[in-house]
Design a protein around this ligand. Structure first.
Ligand code: SAH
Length: 258
Protein backbone atom coordinates (compact mmCIF):
# COMPACT_ATOMS: atom_id res chain seq x y z
CA UNK A 1 0.00 0.00 0.00
CA UNK A 2 1.11 3.50 -0.79
CA UNK A 3 1.50 6.02 1.99
CA UNK A 4 -1.35 8.45 2.79
CA UNK A 5 0.90 11.34 1.76
CA UNK A 6 0.99 10.15 -1.85
CA UNK A 7 -2.75 10.38 -2.39
CA UNK A 8 -4.72 13.13 -4.06
CA UNK A 9 -8.49 12.89 -3.74
CA UNK A 10 -9.83 10.84 -0.85
CA UNK A 11 -13.53 9.96 -0.88
CA UNK A 12 -14.64 9.18 2.66
CA UNK A 13 -17.83 8.35 4.52
CA UNK A 14 -18.50 10.44 7.62
CA UNK A 15 -21.07 8.03 9.10
CA UNK A 16 -24.76 8.66 9.78
CA UNK A 17 -24.54 11.82 11.91
CA UNK A 18 -23.08 11.09 15.32
CA UNK A 19 -19.53 12.51 14.98
CA UNK A 20 -18.16 9.52 16.88
CA UNK A 21 -19.46 7.13 14.23
CA UNK A 22 -16.64 7.88 11.79
CA UNK A 23 -13.69 5.56 11.16
CA UNK A 24 -10.26 6.38 12.60
CA UNK A 25 -8.97 6.40 9.03
CA UNK A 26 -11.52 9.00 7.88
CA UNK A 27 -10.84 11.14 10.96
CA UNK A 28 -7.11 11.08 10.12
CA UNK A 29 -8.01 12.15 6.59
CA UNK A 30 -9.92 15.16 8.01
CA UNK A 31 -6.89 16.14 10.09
CA UNK A 32 -4.57 15.82 7.11
CA UNK A 33 -6.65 17.41 4.30
CA UNK A 34 -5.81 20.72 2.60
CA UNK A 35 -9.38 21.02 1.31
CA UNK A 36 -12.58 19.32 2.48
CA UNK A 37 -15.66 19.29 0.23
CA UNK A 38 -18.52 18.21 2.48
CA UNK A 39 -22.23 17.44 2.25
CA UNK A 40 -25.27 18.66 4.20
CA UNK A 41 -25.54 15.46 6.28
CA UNK A 42 -21.92 15.57 7.49
CA UNK A 43 -21.64 16.47 11.21
CA UNK A 44 -20.21 19.99 11.61
CA UNK A 45 -18.42 18.78 14.76
CA UNK A 46 -16.23 16.56 12.60
CA UNK A 47 -15.03 19.54 10.62
CA UNK A 48 -13.56 21.03 13.81
CA UNK A 49 -10.82 18.39 13.52
CA UNK A 50 -9.43 19.88 10.31
CA UNK A 51 -5.98 21.49 10.21
CA UNK A 52 -5.55 25.24 10.67
CA UNK A 53 -5.10 26.16 7.04
CA UNK A 54 -7.67 23.72 5.70
CA UNK A 55 -10.24 25.08 3.25
CA UNK A 56 -13.81 23.97 4.00
CA UNK A 57 -16.13 23.91 1.01
CA UNK A 58 -19.83 23.16 1.41
CA UNK A 59 -21.30 21.34 -1.59
CA UNK A 60 -24.51 20.10 -0.02
CA UNK A 61 -27.66 18.96 -1.75
CA UNK A 62 -30.45 18.92 0.84
CA UNK A 63 -33.83 17.63 -0.26
CA UNK A 64 -35.83 20.34 -1.99
CA UNK A 65 -32.80 22.64 -2.23
CA UNK A 66 -30.30 21.83 -4.93
CA UNK A 67 -27.50 24.24 -4.21
CA UNK A 68 -24.92 22.37 -6.29
CA UNK A 69 -25.49 20.12 -9.27
CA UNK A 70 -23.51 16.87 -9.49
CA UNK A 71 -21.59 18.31 -12.47
CA UNK A 72 -20.55 21.34 -10.42
CA UNK A 73 -19.38 19.11 -7.57
CA UNK A 74 -17.35 16.94 -9.98
CA UNK A 75 -15.71 20.05 -11.41
CA UNK A 76 -14.98 21.48 -7.95
CA UNK A 77 -13.24 18.24 -6.92
CA UNK A 78 -11.02 18.39 -10.00
CA UNK A 79 -10.45 22.13 -9.55
CA UNK A 80 -9.19 21.72 -5.98
CA UNK A 81 -7.24 18.54 -6.75
CA UNK A 82 -5.23 20.44 -9.35
CA UNK A 83 -4.29 23.13 -6.81
CA UNK A 84 -3.95 21.32 -3.50
CA UNK A 85 -2.14 18.09 -2.71
CA UNK A 86 -4.72 16.47 -0.43
CA UNK A 87 -8.42 16.92 -1.20
CA UNK A 88 -11.01 15.16 0.94
CA UNK A 89 -14.51 14.57 -0.39
CA UNK A 90 -16.54 13.85 2.76
CA UNK A 91 -20.04 12.39 2.41
CA UNK A 92 -22.74 11.33 4.86
CA UNK A 93 -22.97 7.62 5.67
CA UNK A 94 -21.07 5.51 3.16
CA UNK A 95 -20.03 7.30 -0.04
CA UNK A 96 -21.18 4.43 -2.28
CA UNK A 97 -24.65 3.95 -0.76
CA UNK A 98 -26.86 6.19 -2.90
CA UNK A 99 -24.08 8.75 -2.62
CA UNK A 100 -22.91 9.12 -6.24
CA UNK A 101 -19.39 8.68 -4.87
CA UNK A 102 -18.38 6.38 -7.67
CA UNK A 103 -19.36 8.93 -10.32
CA UNK A 104 -17.18 11.53 -8.59
CA UNK A 105 -14.21 9.17 -8.52
CA UNK A 106 -14.69 8.15 -12.16
CA UNK A 107 -14.70 11.81 -13.15
CA UNK A 108 -11.50 12.49 -11.18
CA UNK A 109 -9.70 9.32 -12.40
CA UNK A 110 -10.46 10.21 -16.04
CA UNK A 111 -8.62 13.47 -15.42
CA UNK A 112 -5.56 11.64 -14.15
CA UNK A 113 -6.17 12.24 -10.45
CA UNK A 114 -5.10 9.64 -7.92
CA UNK A 115 -7.97 8.54 -5.68
CA UNK A 116 -8.69 6.52 -2.54
CA UNK A 117 -11.94 5.44 -0.82
CA UNK A 118 -12.65 5.17 2.89
CA UNK A 119 -15.99 3.50 3.64
CA UNK A 120 -18.42 4.84 6.22
CA UNK A 121 -21.26 3.53 8.38
CA UNK A 122 -24.35 3.88 6.24
CA UNK A 123 -27.64 5.21 7.62
CA UNK A 124 -29.11 2.07 6.01
CA UNK A 125 -27.72 0.11 8.94
CA UNK A 126 -27.19 2.81 11.55
CA UNK A 127 -30.74 4.22 11.47
CA UNK A 128 -32.53 0.94 12.24
CA UNK A 129 -29.86 0.22 14.85
CA UNK A 130 -30.32 3.64 16.49
CA UNK A 131 -34.01 2.78 16.92
CA UNK A 132 -33.10 -0.61 18.41
CA UNK A 133 -34.14 -2.53 15.27
CA UNK A 134 -31.82 -5.37 14.18
CA UNK A 135 -31.73 -5.56 10.36
CA UNK A 136 -31.38 -9.33 10.63
CA UNK A 137 -32.32 -11.73 13.41
CA UNK A 138 -32.04 -15.49 13.35
CA UNK A 139 -35.45 -17.06 12.95
CA UNK A 140 -37.10 -13.75 11.97
CA UNK A 141 -35.47 -12.61 8.74
CA UNK A 142 -32.93 -14.14 6.41
CA UNK A 143 -31.71 -11.05 4.59
CA UNK A 144 -32.10 -7.31 4.23
CA UNK A 145 -32.48 -5.13 1.17
CA UNK A 146 -31.49 -1.50 0.88
CA UNK A 147 -33.44 0.35 -1.75
CA UNK A 148 -34.25 3.90 -2.77
CA UNK A 149 -37.76 5.29 -2.65
CA UNK A 150 -37.58 6.79 -6.09
CA UNK A 151 -35.28 6.56 -9.11
CA UNK A 152 -33.72 9.68 -10.66
CA UNK A 153 -36.25 9.23 -13.50
CA UNK A 154 -39.06 9.89 -11.01
CA UNK A 155 -40.35 6.30 -11.22
CA UNK A 156 -40.51 3.62 -8.56
CA UNK A 157 -37.73 1.08 -8.89
CA UNK A 158 -38.83 -2.36 -10.10
CA UNK A 159 -36.84 -3.66 -7.13
CA UNK A 160 -39.46 -2.14 -4.85
CA UNK A 161 -42.04 -4.58 -6.19
CA UNK A 162 -39.58 -7.48 -5.80
CA UNK A 163 -38.56 -6.41 -2.29
CA UNK A 164 -42.16 -6.12 -1.18
CA UNK A 165 -42.79 -9.67 -2.44
CA UNK A 166 -39.82 -11.06 -0.48
CA UNK A 167 -39.75 -11.83 3.24
CA UNK A 168 -36.61 -9.71 3.74
CA UNK A 169 -36.19 -6.68 5.96
CA UNK A 170 -36.42 -3.72 3.58
CA UNK A 171 -34.62 -0.48 4.36
CA UNK A 172 -35.73 2.44 2.19
CA UNK A 173 -33.64 5.59 1.78
CA UNK A 174 -34.99 8.84 0.31
CA UNK A 175 -38.51 7.46 0.58
CA UNK A 176 -40.36 10.04 2.68
CA UNK A 177 -41.86 12.07 -0.17
CA UNK A 178 -43.66 8.99 -1.49
CA UNK A 179 -44.02 6.98 1.71
CA UNK A 180 -47.74 6.38 1.18
CA UNK A 181 -47.30 4.96 -2.34
CA UNK A 182 -44.26 2.91 -1.26
CA UNK A 183 -46.11 1.39 1.69
CA UNK A 184 -48.92 0.36 -0.66
CA UNK A 185 -46.57 -2.12 -2.37
CA UNK A 186 -46.01 -3.83 1.00
CA UNK A 187 -49.61 -3.64 2.03
CA UNK A 188 -50.65 -5.41 -1.17
CA UNK A 189 -47.79 -7.91 -1.44
CA UNK A 190 -47.32 -8.72 2.27
CA UNK A 191 -50.06 -7.61 4.64
CA UNK A 192 -51.54 -4.27 5.76
CA UNK A 193 -50.30 -5.21 9.23
CA UNK A 194 -46.67 -5.74 8.20
CA UNK A 195 -44.53 -3.86 10.80
CA UNK A 196 -42.86 -0.61 9.68
CA UNK A 197 -40.82 2.15 11.29
CA UNK A 198 -39.42 5.53 10.32
CA UNK A 199 -36.18 6.84 11.84
CA UNK A 200 -35.43 10.54 11.37
CA UNK A 201 -31.97 12.14 11.83
CA UNK A 202 -30.69 8.86 13.26
CA UNK A 203 -27.77 9.00 15.69
CA UNK A 204 -27.98 12.80 16.07
CA UNK A 205 -29.45 15.03 18.82
CA UNK A 206 -32.48 15.48 16.58
CA UNK A 207 -33.26 11.78 16.27
CA UNK A 208 -36.90 10.76 16.44
CA UNK A 209 -38.73 7.64 15.31
CA UNK A 210 -42.17 6.09 14.98
CA UNK A 211 -43.27 2.49 14.76
CA UNK A 212 -46.46 1.03 13.34
CA UNK A 213 -47.41 -0.95 10.28
CA UNK A 214 -47.37 -0.32 6.55
CA UNK A 215 -50.98 0.95 6.63
CA UNK A 216 -50.53 3.60 9.30
CA UNK A 217 -46.82 4.52 9.28
CA UNK A 218 -47.23 7.41 6.80
CA UNK A 219 -49.85 9.14 8.95
CA UNK A 220 -47.96 8.37 12.19
CA UNK A 221 -44.83 9.99 10.73
CA UNK A 222 -46.81 13.01 9.51
CA UNK A 223 -48.41 13.39 12.95
CA UNK A 224 -44.97 13.46 14.57
CA UNK A 225 -43.71 15.93 11.98
CA UNK A 226 -41.16 13.41 10.70
CA UNK A 227 -39.93 13.96 7.14
CA UNK A 228 -36.62 13.77 5.29
CA UNK A 229 -33.87 12.78 6.12
CA UNK A 230 -35.30 9.54 7.36
CA UNK A 231 -34.98 5.83 6.79
CA UNK A 232 -38.07 3.61 6.48
CA UNK A 233 -37.75 0.04 7.75
CA UNK A 234 -40.27 -2.65 6.81
CA UNK A 235 -40.35 -6.18 8.18
CA UNK A 236 -40.88 -8.40 11.21
CA UNK A 237 -37.64 -7.16 12.82
CA UNK A 238 -39.37 -3.85 13.59
CA UNK A 239 -41.26 -5.68 16.34
CA UNK A 240 -37.95 -6.97 17.74
CA UNK A 241 -36.82 -3.48 18.77
CA UNK A 242 -35.67 -3.43 22.38
CA UNK A 243 -35.66 0.37 22.50
CA UNK A 244 -38.64 0.77 24.85
CA UNK A 245 -37.16 -1.77 27.26
CA UNK A 246 -33.76 -0.09 27.14
CA UNK A 247 -35.36 3.33 27.78
CA UNK A 248 -37.48 2.00 30.68
CA UNK A 249 -34.39 0.41 32.23
CA UNK A 250 -32.47 3.68 31.85
CA UNK A 251 -35.33 5.48 33.59
CA UNK A 252 -35.27 2.96 36.45
CA UNK A 253 -31.49 3.36 36.70
CA UNK A 254 -31.87 7.15 36.83
CA UNK A 255 -34.51 6.92 39.53
CA UNK A 256 -32.29 4.58 41.56
CA UNK A 257 -29.37 6.97 41.11
CA UNK A 258 -31.46 9.96 42.29
N1 SAH B 1 -24.70 7.74 1.63
C1 SAH B 1 -25.74 7.90 2.62
C2 SAH B 1 -27.11 7.98 1.98
C3 SAH B 1 -27.29 9.18 1.06
S1 SAH B 1 -28.91 9.28 0.41
C4 SAH B 1 -25.65 6.77 3.65
O1 SAH B 1 -24.94 5.78 3.41
O2 SAH B 1 -26.28 6.90 4.69
C5 SAH B 1 -29.68 10.35 1.61
C6 SAH B 1 -30.69 9.57 2.41
O3 SAH B 1 -30.04 8.80 3.41
C7 SAH B 1 -31.68 10.43 3.18
O4 SAH B 1 -32.75 10.86 2.37
C8 SAH B 1 -32.16 9.44 4.23
O5 SAH B 1 -33.06 8.51 3.68
C9 SAH B 1 -30.86 8.69 4.54
N2 SAH B 1 -30.14 9.25 5.72
C10 SAH B 1 -28.89 9.72 5.74
N3 SAH B 1 -28.53 10.07 7.00
C11 SAH B 1 -29.59 9.79 7.78
C12 SAH B 1 -29.83 9.89 9.18
N4 SAH B 1 -28.92 10.37 10.02
N5 SAH B 1 -31.04 9.49 9.64
C13 SAH B 1 -31.98 8.99 8.82
N6 SAH B 1 -31.80 8.88 7.49
C14 SAH B 1 -30.62 9.26 6.97
Amino acid sequence: MKKLTERKVVLAGAGPGDPELISVKALKAIQRADVILYDALVSKELLLHCSKGCKLVYVGKLKGRKEFSQEEINDLIVFYASRYSYVLRLKGGDPYVFGRGHEELEYAIRRGIHVEVIPGISSAIAAPSAAGIPVTKRGVTESFWVITGMLASGEFSSDLELASKSSATVVILMGMTHIKEIMKFFSENRSPLEPAAVVHYASTDQQSSVKGNVSNIASLAAKEGISSPAVIVVGKVVNESLMEEILVREEIKMKVAV
